[in-house]
Design a protein around this ligand. Structure first.
Ligand code: DMJ
Length: 472
């Protein structure tokens, strides 16, 4: 593995060179951080875009899961052909923090009057928990409304039987009405992205089953790490046997690492902090690659450390923020700059990029928030205006390329000229990047910038200041 020391200035020069190749026009690239950008005006623009999307969702897809912003139709997720108001629930705490109080109230009314989880249909336990349990809990945090907590608890109760396996690691799918589970081969992210939400549920209800089941699952993954301290992407929760040898910081493992740190940050769980430290040391030792002045994380064999892929998931761009939170600020900043340079090159990050070939490997983008997530997280740590600028570039590119007649859409090809839109707005868009942008630019009095916690889905479980009145 090649490891080269990198100065911050070198990184910035590299980013500028990549930016010159294509992607964002000069007018959309962040100005010099000190150049007098009106951040408050940018925050107002973010809120305007949110209102535009919300009004269209309300008119064309009210209570449906996800709007198709090009055609004005809709699609369902996480159930097939049945809707649970996914986007509405994911939007709630973002609406609240933006001061869109009437929209928030309308959403809460819909939840109280219409949301029923007693549906004979199968869902992903992981996706349902991070999006819906988390969304309801953050809306409860914003409003204090006990009905929202009751809904979150009802849903968690329906997901809980998935953890009833020989290892304590959950099966991947469950039927919300019957509790029937399916698919024992699943990933660390599917198994162990629960503790902050479910620990919160235990704290709020006094019922320890939530924290116990989800901590046991996280520990079960950790205990099966290799001698190098790495975990792989697929494991059988019935037997505890690995079904893959590939260690990655991207898809399938990403939020496993994130929730080890988060469980320490939110719940003060020292075991989780210790597990995070072991995993992170192993990743930094065996997966860290410096190439042409940029930091990447290779996929490696989890037992030998041999590089098996140089392709990077866009999803992994969250990892710079996590590294910074865990104390590895130098690496976290460098990794975020690597992705920011790609953003400057392509305008929008492609879903896959091979750092060795220097080429995009998947041309789509699923309207992803991860780079904005890292920018916001790093800015919370050191307030370096550079992170705000990366968030600004992300937002302006979204406005330029992803805006559609009825909202914001994912992309079919970010490398074509012009870029080609698809026709789908994922639920996380409402919960993640719109909130990251707004918090990054607004300095709103509704949010405690010193003490807060956002989940992997951007749901705020700590840090809302409900008494503080109007937003900026
Ligand atoms: C979100 O649903 C969550 O952040 C998850 O952990 C992985 N990434 C998606 C959005 O890309």
């Amino acid at each position: 593995m090649e490891r080269v020391k990198l100065q911050r200035r070198t990184l910035l020069r590299g980013a500028a060179a990549l930016g010159a190749i294509g992607g964002l026009p000069q007018s959309l690239r962040a100005a010099d951080p000190g150049s007098g950008i009106d951040w408050s005006a940018l925050a107002t623009d973010v809120r305007d875009q949110m209102e535009f999307a919300w009004d269209n969702y309300r008119r064309l897809a009210w209570g449906k899961d996800e709007i198709r912003p090009v055609s004005g139709t809709f699609s369902s997720f996480p159930l097939k052909d049945r809707h649970l108001g996914l986007s509405l629930i994911e939007a709630l705490d973002t609406l609240w923090v933006m001061g869109l109080d009437e929209a928030f109230a309308a959403g809460v009314d819909w939840v109280k009057g219409n949301l029923d989880f007693a549906v004979d249909g199968e869902v992903s336990v992981f996706e349902t928990s991070i999006r819906l349990v988390g969304g309801l809990l953050s809306a409860h945090h914003a409003s204090g409304d006990p009905a929202l907590l009751a809904k979150a608890r009802d849903l968690a109760d329906r997901l809980l039987p998935a953890f009833d396996t020989p290892t304590g690691m959950p099966r991947r799918f469950i039927n919300l009405a019957t509790g029937e589970t399916r698919q024992s081969v699943t990933s660390p992210a599917d198994i162990a992205t629960y503790l902050p939400e479910w620990g919160t549920l235990s704290l709020l209800t006094g019922d320890e089953r939530y924290v116990e089941a989800t901590k046991r699952a996280a520990v079960a993954v950790f205990e099966r790490r290799s001698k190098l301290g790495l975990v792989a992407t697929q494991i059988d929760v019935d037997t505890g046997e690995w079904h893959s040898r590939r260690a990655t910081v991207g898809s399938y493992c990403d939020s496993f690492f994130e929730y080890l740190w988060d469980s320490w940050q939110l719940l003060g769980d020292a075991d989780c902090k210790a597990m995070y430290n072991v995993c992170t040391s192993a990743i930094l030792k065996h997966q860290q690659v410096w190439r042409d002045g940029a930091l990447w994380f290779a996929d490696v064999d989890f037992e030998t450390g041999e590089i098996v892929s140089t392709e990077q998931d866009e999803l992994a761009s969250f990892y710079g923020g996590l590294l910074g939170q865990g104390g590895a600020m130098k690496e976290g900043a460098a990794y975020t700059e690597s992705w920011a340079a790609l953003q400057a090159r392509y305008g929008i990050l492609p879903e896959g990029y091979d750092y060795l070939a220097g080429e995009a490997t998947q041309m789509t983008n699923s309207l992803r928030p991860e780079l904005a997530d890292s920018a916001f997280t790093l800015w919370l740590i050191d307030r370096d205006p550079r992170w705000r600028s990366i968030g600004r570039d992300h937002f302006l590119a979204m406005k330029q390329f992803n805006r559609a007649p009825f909202g914001f859409t994912d992309m079919a090809d970010v490398t074509s000229n012009p870029k080609r839109q698809a026709d789908h707005c994922p639920g996380y868009w409402w919960s993640e990047q719109m909130k990251y942008y707004y918090l990054l630019f607004s300095d709103t009095p509704r949010f405690d910038y010193a003490r807060n916690y956002l989940t992997t889905e951007g749901n705020v479980l700590q840090g809302f200041l409900p008494q503080s009145g109007a937003t900026s």
